[in-house]
Design a protein around this ligand. Structure first.
Ligand SMILES: *Cc1c(COP(=O)(O)O)cnc(C)c1O
Length: 501
């Protein structure tokens, strides 16, 4: 008898899902859940304060010769990795667009990974393919698209922005140059192509230009107005200048929610300019797209329905765990610009819907199940209220900062990002805002972000968490002043790691 016959039971004991291993599965999941509840959620501070050097795991073999068993491994991961992970659900974790994941989506993750459907072809994910398709239809409707719309779930804004610009590039080469970029690559004339976006657009527009063979120099950056929105006057004069040059704009990227300020470009006006100048209009709504669910704030997205394509992220203001985004296309027939058939996945003879042809990925997770479960659980109203709360919180925090002479508010928040500076009582300390942020992380008090405006370092709160209150933020502001005072007077402060606040 071969080894394959005799040792099957021993080889797989407790490793794979089956009717005989349900207990092993439950035990493993229970231990993982306990690591979350007992180690991660019980921690008093949003970070342990450990430095990269302290996290080197030098005593740990990554691939030991002999297995240590699951129980011991999870236990050690809980103490070393989970204990030193950023507390994304902690009310004082207010740094980046990294959301506290909501519980319905965490339950969805269990179903997604256990069933392991792959969204590339229908036969690998029958119900999942249909559900994702239906959800895309519904989302298209939420953003004001009609019945011709299409789209696909993505890893996030980076991939969705890439897809928008990929379709835009292939379309312009087809329509203006009668050139098939899919087959023949870039023609010499592609040197003249350029993409317009605001100076505050996400860096992934530039990255996509590079990846698409147009080069970063294909980006024409339009100045912003005093609210950090793309300036229409500047756009108009740029379009006039370009018309007299040998450069050809083919795409216009609008941003609905810039990463730093949450600013929303004047989308309706951008849409009108795009139509007038035959530009593909892509809206990067990775951050601000969630406003579509808010009765109070939806109006801020007016004009998004005129976009040829939209990027929206569910792992930001929709509170889904990473990663989860969508790419939406106003006219689904535009997918023809990236048509591709693999005989074993989506042969031309096959009528079934194979989502591989709508994505730049092949094997793909069933991430659509997360927002589906969350939407069904909360409804539009429930989501809208969460979003409204965090926008109100940002307004309240901005007022509080403005009233305090120790701070300088840098803008009125549009979404839930608040950018400000600590004003040192003396000019002695140059990098004081940077150092305050580092100290808050090191003593575990709060995770906050920094950004640079006109060469000046500023601090940033991204108030995504609906469990964060004005009082929580008040405590962070007090800590900022305490550190700021200590740093600017050169006084030594003693601070203890991980003390309960
Ligand atoms: C986060 C973000 C991106 C990048 O999206 P990922 O989901 O991180 O890939 C792009 N644009 C904007 C405006 C963003 O906020």
């Amino acid at each position: 008898m071969s080894r394959a016959d005799t040792t099957e039971r021993e080889l797989t004991a407790g490793l794979f899902l089956g009717s005989s291993t349900t207990q092993a599965y439950r035990t493993a999941m229970e231990q993982a859940h306990q690591a979350v509840t007992d180690v991660y959620l019980e921690r008093a501070t949003p970070y342990s304060g450990r430095s990269p050097e302290q996290l080197a795991f030098e005593d740990r073999e990554m691939l030991p010769e002999e297995g240590q068993g699951l129980t011991a491994t999870i236990e050690s991961v809980a103490q070393t990795v989970v204990a030193n992970s950023v507390g994304t659900s902690h009310p004082a974790c207010v740094a980046h667009l990294q959301c506290p994941p909501m519980i319905p989506a965490l339950a969805a993750e269990v179903l997604i990974s256990a069933t392991n459907q792959s969204l590339d072809s229908w036969d690998q994910a029958p119900a999942a393919t249909v559900l994702e398709t239906r959800l895309i239809e519904e989302l298209a409707d939420v953003f004001g698209y009609g019945d011709d719309a299409d789209g696909v779930f993505t890893t996030g804004g980076t991939q969705s922005n890439f897809m928008g610009l990929l379709l835009a590039r292939n379309r312009v080469l087809d329509e203006r140059f009668d050139h098939d970029a899919q087959v023949d690559g870039l023609p010499p004339a592609a040197d003249s192509l350029c993409i317009l976006c605001s100076a505050d657009a996400h860096f992934t527009a530039r990255q996509a230009a590079a990846q698409l063979g147009l080069g970063e120099s294909a980006i024409v950056s339009i100045p912003t107005d005093e609210h950090h929105r793309l300036s229409i006057d500047a756009l108009d004069s740029t379009l006039t200048e370009l018309a007299d040059s040998d450069r050809q704009p083919f795409a216009l990227v609008g941003t609905a929610g810039t990463t730093d300020f949450g600013s929303i470009d004047p989308l309706a006006q951008l849409g009108a300019r795009a139509r007038e100048h035959d530009l593909w209009f892509h809206v990067d709504a990775a951050y601000g797209g969630a406003l579509a669910l808010s009765d109070r704030h939806r109006e801020k997205l007016r004009g998004i329905e005129t976009a040829d394509s939209i990027a929206v992220d569910f792992h930001k203001l929709f509170y889904q765990p990473l990663s989860c985004g969508a790419f939406l296309l106003r006219d689904g027939t535009h997918y023809r610009y990236i048509d591709r058939n693999a005989a074993y996945l989506n042969p031309e003879s096959d009528d079934a819907a194979h989502l591989v042809s709508k994505s730049v990925q092949t094997s793909r997770r069933f991430d659509a199940l997360k927002p589906y479960i969350a939407f069904r659980t909360l409804g539009r109203d429930g989501f809208g209220e969460l979003i409204d709360y965090t926008l109100d919180l940002a307004t309240a925090v901005a007022e509080r900062i403005e009233d305090d002479p120790a701070f300088e508010l840098k803008h009125e928040p549009t979404l839930n990002a608040v950018v400000f500076r600590y004003r040192p009582p003396t000019d002695s300390e140059e990098a004081i805002n940077d150092r305050i942020r580092d100290r808050l992380r090191a003593d575990g008090t709060a995770m906050i972000a920094r950004t640079t405006i006109d060469g000046e370092t500023c601090l940033k709160f991204t108030l995504l968490n609906p469990r964060t209150t004005v009082d929580n933020v008040e405590e962070i502001l007090t800590a900022i002043k305490r550190h700021g005072m200590a740093l600017s007077t050169g006084e030594r402060t003693e601070y203890t790691r991980g003390t309960k606040r």
